[in-house]
Structures are given as structure tokens and as C-alpha cells.
Write a protein that binds this ligand. Structure first.
Ligand code: SIN
Ligand code: FE2
Length: 216
């Protein structure tokens, strides 16, 4: 028996094109996963995960926190970025050097050199939680890409089009995968299907997603 079985698997880190401007870098964050998850715990110890309220008054099922100079928040008055955590009234915890470096390297590998994020939104998904189709459009401008890192149990990412009603592709995202989305794909609708039950050695029954943005 030969290893032909594996021939169809992409080479690790070879960008998998979603469409021009957007790629999946399979396993790009694998080597740093333990360090990243440790830093998530440190961040959450001073800026705890919380379920934000949408402007329409709904409680988001995904729990969120932030690190870096700016953090993404949502409440009755809208979506925005701000330097202060409204729950603690303190600045968001600093963005760890390992986060910055990973975001820079992933953006570079996707063809966006010199990415210097000032915000990292940390999403925590438990089985059953989802993120409905949306665009990331609260940042100051759309010249910079978004870098999104998946850790823990796998999820089905929805990759939509320029309009909410456009058909969305389903893309499996596993522990260590990184999506980079910029240029002509920067404002694509995207989301995450309800997380299936699962168990991961490093996170338990949880998926953690880090999204790096240049918001200011
Ligand atoms: C997001 O769109 O902010 C998160 C996407 C993900 O969890 O993969
Ligand atoms: Fe998003």
C-alpha cells in the first residue's frame, strides 16, 4: 500500500484560494497554538468573555473579548471599536507579541505585507453557537486585510458574496487554520454555522477564533 491516500491534501501553508483576495492557510498557526491559547487565558483573566447585545437587543451566542489598543463592542447604540472595556472600565489588555507576529506572518503569506493590527477580537464558540452572515465594516478603512485564526474544535465557515442573499460556500476550519481576507474580498459576507459537538485536546468542547483587524 502506498501513501496515495494523502495525495489530495494540500501542502501545509500553501494558500487555498477562496476567491481573489481571500485565502485559507491550512495549519499556519499550529506550531503556536499552545502559546496563543495560553495568552487567551491571560487576556480573559482581565477582560472576561461576555455575550454582547446587538443593536436590535439580541444576546449574541458567541462569547467575546478583545486585546490590543482597540476592542470591538456591540450594544444597544451600535457596533464600534473603543480603547476601553465597558465591563471593567479599563483599557483592553495588550496584544501579546506572539499574536502580532502571527498576524503579520499570515497576512504576508497571503500577499499583504506589513500588516500591523491594532485590534484582536477573541470569539469563544460552544456547541450550538453560531455567527450569522455579516460583513466586517466597523474598521476605519478597508485597505487592510482581516486575519482570522481558528483554534480548538472544528467549525463550518460560511463564505458568502457581496450581498447577504448571495449563496454561501461551506469551508471547514480546523485547529490551526488561518483565513486572510482583504483586497477585493475584504467586504464579503461571512459567518459560522452552529458549532457541532466536539472535543479538542487543547480547548475541550470549545472553539476559539482570533480576528486581527486594523481598526484605527
Ligand atoms: C468573525 O467573523 O468575526 C469570526 C469568524 C470565525 O469565527 O471564524
Ligand atoms: Fe467577521
Amino acid at each position: 500500500m502506498t501513501l496515495d491516500l494523502f495525495e489530495h491534501l494540500p501542502t501545509p501553508h500553501e494558500p487555498e484560494l477562496l476567491e481573489p483576495g481571500a485565502v485559507v492557510l491550512r495549519g499556519f498557526a499550529l506550531a503556536q497554538a499552545a502559546e496563543l491559547l495560553q495568552a487567551v487565558e491571560v487576556t480573559a483573566a482581565s477582560a472576561p468573555f461576555r455575550h454582547l447585545i446587538t443593536p436590535g437587543g439580541k444576546r449574541m451566542s458567541v462569547a467575546m473579548t478583545n486585546c490590543g489598543p482597540l476592542g470591538w463592542i456591540s450594544d444597544r447604540s451600535g457596533y464600534r471599536y473603543g480603547p476601553v472595556d465597558p465591563d471593567t472600565c479599563k483599557r483592553w489588555p495588550p496584544m501579546p507579541a506572539a499574536f502580532r507576529q502571527l498576524a503579520l506572518n499570515a497576512a504576508d503569506a497571503a500577499g499583504y505585507p506589513g500588516f500591523t493590527p491594532d485590534a484582536c477580537l477573541i470569539n469563544r464558540y460552544e456547541p450550538g453557537t453560531r455567527l450569522s452572515l455579516h460583513q466586517d465594516r466597523d474598521e476605519g478603512n478597508y485597505d487592510h486585510p482581516i486575519v482570522s485564526v481558528s483554534l480548538g474544535i472544528a467549525a463550518v465557515f460560511l463564505w458568502g458574496g457581496a450581498a447577504r442573499a448571495d449563496k454561501a460556500r461551506r469551508v471547514g476550519l480546523r485547529h490551526g487554520d488561518v483565513v486572510v481576507c482583504g483586497g477585493p474580498a475584504r467586504l464579503r459576507f461571512h459567518g459560522v454555522l452552529p458549532l457541532a459537538l466536539g472535543e479538542h485536546a487543547m480547548t475541550g468542547a470549545v472553539r476559539i477564533n482570533l480576528t486581527f483587524r486594523k481598526a484605527g
